[in-house]
Design a protein around this ligand. Sequence first.
Ligand code: ADP
Ligand code: ZN
Length: 761
Amino acid sequence: MTPSGSTTETPLHQRITEVTQRYWGFNTLRPLQAEAIQAGLEHRDSLVVMPTGGGKSLCYQVPPIVADRIDIVISPLISLMKDQVDGLRSNGYPAAALHSGLSGDERVAVLNGLKREEFCLLFVSPERLIGGGFLEVVQHMNVKAFAIDEAHCISHWGHDFRPEYRQMAQLKNRFPGASVHAFTATATPRVQLDIVQQLGLINPNVLVGRFDRPNLTFRIEPRVDLHAQIIEVIRRHPKEACIVYCITRKDTESIATVLKANGINAAHYHAGLGRDERRHTQEAFAQEELDVVVATVAFGMGIDRSNVRCVIHAAMPKTVEHYQQETGRAGRDGLEAECVLLYSAADYLRWMRLIERGAEESHEPEEIIKAHMELLEHINGLCTTLACRHKALSNYFGQEYQPPEADPPKSDPLKSNSPDSGIRGCGACDVCLDEIEAMPDSKVIAQKILSCVARLDHSFGIGYVVQVLRGAKTKQVIDWKHDQLSVHGLLKEFDEKVLTNLIYQLINQGLLHRTSDDRPVIMLNDESVGVLKGRVEVKFIEPRAVAPVKTKTEAISWEGVDKGLFEHLRELRKAIAHEREVPAYVVFGDKTLRSMAMLRPGDLHALKRVHGVGEKKLADLGPRFIESITRYCAANDLEVDEPGPPPNDDIIRPKPQRKTNPQRGMAFGMFEKGASVTQVANMISRAESTTLKYLEQFIEERKPEDISEWVDDGLYAKIAEAFDEVGMNLLKPIRQRVGEDVSYEHIKLVGAHIRMRSEQE
Ligand code: ADP
Ligand code: ZN
């Protein structure tokens, strides 16, 4: 396997390909994965900076299994480790985790497993790594490679400095023969250098991926009516996963309440909630029982739902790095997703106060406060500049922005891709999509606001100025005789929220000054005078009034996909996730489900070709998915095994024609005559599993009196008894009762028969 483009296939590359296919079902590597894996195999120190969703984990998961050795991964969050270990094990990959959440016995079990070399990868938290004699064990085991996840936490120039990460500096000293591999999603050039220096990496291979995430559509809108705006965005994503980020815990609660009152399946999440409640919300979200989580930044690192379709920022985040990370949780599967930030200049002032207060309370050194302030200026700049968002983000991380290619290849319709040349710039941000308009008459409106501020002698806050401009007759206004001013009611046609936002826009553009004391007032500055005299231009940004257009990525990733079948498979995935108590993405990602819903594999052989289906999952989950697909196709008169990519008739495809399935018809005819499954399978050239599905459908549709041709009477009675005791919903407990030697297929046949008979009664 080689990075895209190159064709050299060495035995090592072949071995890597074999492993990624076997454990993950991936046929190709993403950019930089090959280089990062190679560094791991060759024990060359490395720093890998790859945006969220870029595929960092694979880079440290592949080397130990290829080289048959044990590597240590240092990861900061327990939930994140747990998810990764669950995911790896469900792929048949031997991994374990050591953290403070384990009981004494569990800890001993993991350490014993380590000594017996039972796994290839051991995840530890930074605290466990350093404390409790762990490093001595590791030294004894002769571990030769360490991977450090979230490595930016070691730098105070990063946005998430963690003092405990500094201790990792001792790794290179204590393990001179071992290589250290640092991974992070967000690091400006300055932070990259800091990581290399702090960890003492020797001649590291620094691999910096492209920061741009072309499948994300960015929108930064003025915040005018918070709740209404959030609801509007969420409604664009029915039944899909959304995260709403807020600054304070209180906001998460109030917004979640409003969403719920509007019929949205939402919950709030913050670090102040009890452990159980947090876990419950995380699990419900991961298992797709919950659509929207309204959260503080505390929610994120631990969640790994790859099909988040929308991230909303109810306020400006603290840094561009935070923004990149938080929006990075959208569309990790590479499919389309939307990121909306609702901005107000009030956010900037709020963060500034928080930084100042934090500095006073924790006596932070000048240097760190300065770093915070610089980071804040950058994010504010991003929000207030009307330039392509994709470009601005790339530039921030020190990269030239490359607009997407003009012509998306049609061969892989699920590949996220770029807009064609008909679309301006990135084709996936509000600026390039032309969704932002300057308000007509911006200049006159600004002059009216500024005159009012002048007439009020620069001594009132925003709220009061808005009252006067809207012509309010409150007691205060009348007492001050401000209802007699010419500016009273000068902008009464504006809604209070809109007018407030316009004043913030002026402050933000430096055209009005707001004092930063406890009772801030607004006053004119030199620039304001320029506006009043008509020398300085003003442009107010209006929130988008039109429905946002569909991006090309979105259109392409749905091309040829039967949406009904996709939803049907999502339900199955949810049921399996629930049965096994694992996150839904551990079962299969959206991309895999969409692939299935496009190709409609009718047997295991065909299913094996679907993206993301490795050997273990094929054997473990394949039959259930095949069954579900064949059943859906039969019910909807669709043929299984869609022969190839769909015709190039763009987004709107005619409803598939009614097609009969000759194999199925033939199978039904043979079953009527009492043929065995093997006989039928041979006759129709279909896998036994597919044939069994046909048999199940045959039982449902043709309603045979008895099925003793296929399940002998003794076994039938045993399975029927188990259904009687356990109910008809779950297969696993039935199998536990009747014994592991009975196949799920037999259980399903009996289930179908019982169901059919009870319906007849
Ligand atoms: P990161 O840690 O960089 O945020 P992950 O390692 O979680 O990203 O990978 C993001 C997603 O991409 C996961 O769903 C993963 O299975 C998938 N992925 C990683 N590498 C590949 C690959 N070579 N081919 C296809 N999918 C991949
Ligand atoms: Zn753009």
